[in-house]
Design a binder for this molecule. Sequence first.
Ligand code: ATP
Ligand code: MG
Ligand code: MG
Ligand code: MG
Length: 472
Amino acid sequence: KKLDSSQIRAMYLEFFKQHGHTIEPSASLVPKDDPSLLWINSGVATMKKYFDGSVVPKNHRLTSSQKSIRTNDIENVGKTARHHTLFEMLGNFSVGDYFKKEAITWAFELLTSPEWFGWDKEKLYMTVYPEDTDAKKFWQEAGVAPDHLIDMDDNFWDIGQGPSGPDTEIFYDRGEKYDNLAPDDPENYPGGENERYLEVWNIVFSQFNHKPDDTYEPLPRKNIDTGMGLERVVSIFEDAPTNFETDLFMPIIEKTQSLSDGKKYGENAQDDIDFKIIADHARAITFAIGDGALPSNVGRGYVIRRLIRRAIVSGHRLGIKDDFLYQLVPVVGEIMKSYYPEVLEQKDYLEKVIHSEEKRFNETLSDGLQLLGELMDNLKKTNQKTVEGKDAFKLYDTYGFPLEMTKEYLEDAGFSVDETGFKAEMQKQKERARNARGNDKSMGVQRDLLIDIKTPSEYVGYSQLEVDDAKL
Ligand code: ATP
Ligand code: MG
Ligand code: MG
Ligand code: MG
């Protein structure tokens, strides 16, 4: 079936609308009234208020395509076929309304009915929690063969206390050409390490209350929460080797190609990783800044800064000489305009923010890379493997290299960083700044206030220790 990304998103929402769901808009990436979360990282993250009972939804059936950011996947980007920092999660939710039977039956109908996705059911594998006999029964009644149902011990969603329950995940068999493991490899099964089987959808049955005494009691009203990655679904429709060779990313890659020094996508594995990093991060920063976050040294801002700088280093490796990231904003806007017209509306602002951040980092990039090169040469000469904390700190403090980026760069070349040493240097700098502030009380107070405002809600790096934003 030939559908593009906009049609697929619309089809998902339409399917659940026809099954009585209300379509919720894609909420801001910046969580509202939720200090426990740095970014919205799933559809359900925006629905917490309904699931914890603090707000009663008009309709207990909801569906959405929710933009989501996952910082834990930053370093997967470009290296796996399926991970992004920003992606869209399609989801359907039951707030104490329907439960397992409907969730499973509808999922199977959407995926396999010729009127909808029309996928071949032979390509689908479902993992289930071994004790969840209901889920197995409903999948079989829907038409799944027993040998396509796979027991998986860790299919249980539990955060220690509160609502919890089994889940079931849907994998798509992309065919032998994607086998990266031998047939007899013990990890060669859906849910294992074989990239042939792509996880597309996770359906969570929250049916227990995990009590403080570690017992589980059935919830009086059971909930459904699901998440399906739009980019992965699109890659299946377009039979793409990775999520990137799809209409959601190729125009960004093509634009980057045209700005590079004759590099072509698909010719060299390392170049391809850099093209993918740039395409992914361009989307993430565009949407994050569009939702009101700004580059800085703390919290969300630090994530944006880290993504921008990682993308710039990739651009540098591709031989791009000029500032380029900001030029990708209109391309992202064009791709996403059917569901996110606000990107093109904010184009000038987004370009300005990204461009100024780019100019700032480009002032120190070459010198920083040179230092990094020298550090590695010295290690090689003396047959050592670890960069000292004070050197990594110099890269951070003087050249604006986020520690995570330095680490990744070095690891790719077989080296590591003394992180304890780095933290100690950071601490020393913090004390120096504190002492300096002592001389100028009013400035200090004002700065403390600013730091408080910018203090992140979740640990994301060493950024909280940083005090002098102006340095970078
Ligand atoms: P994976 O095992 O592939 O990392 P996950 O189990 O961490 O995925 P879930 O938390 O179950 O993912 O999220 C629900 C769905 O969202 C996944 O089945 C997948 O389709 C999609 N998804 C999750 N993380 C990403 C990501 N970083 N980029 C793109 N899609 C993602
Ligand atoms: Mg994951
Ligand atoms: Mg998974
Ligand atoms: Mg999952």
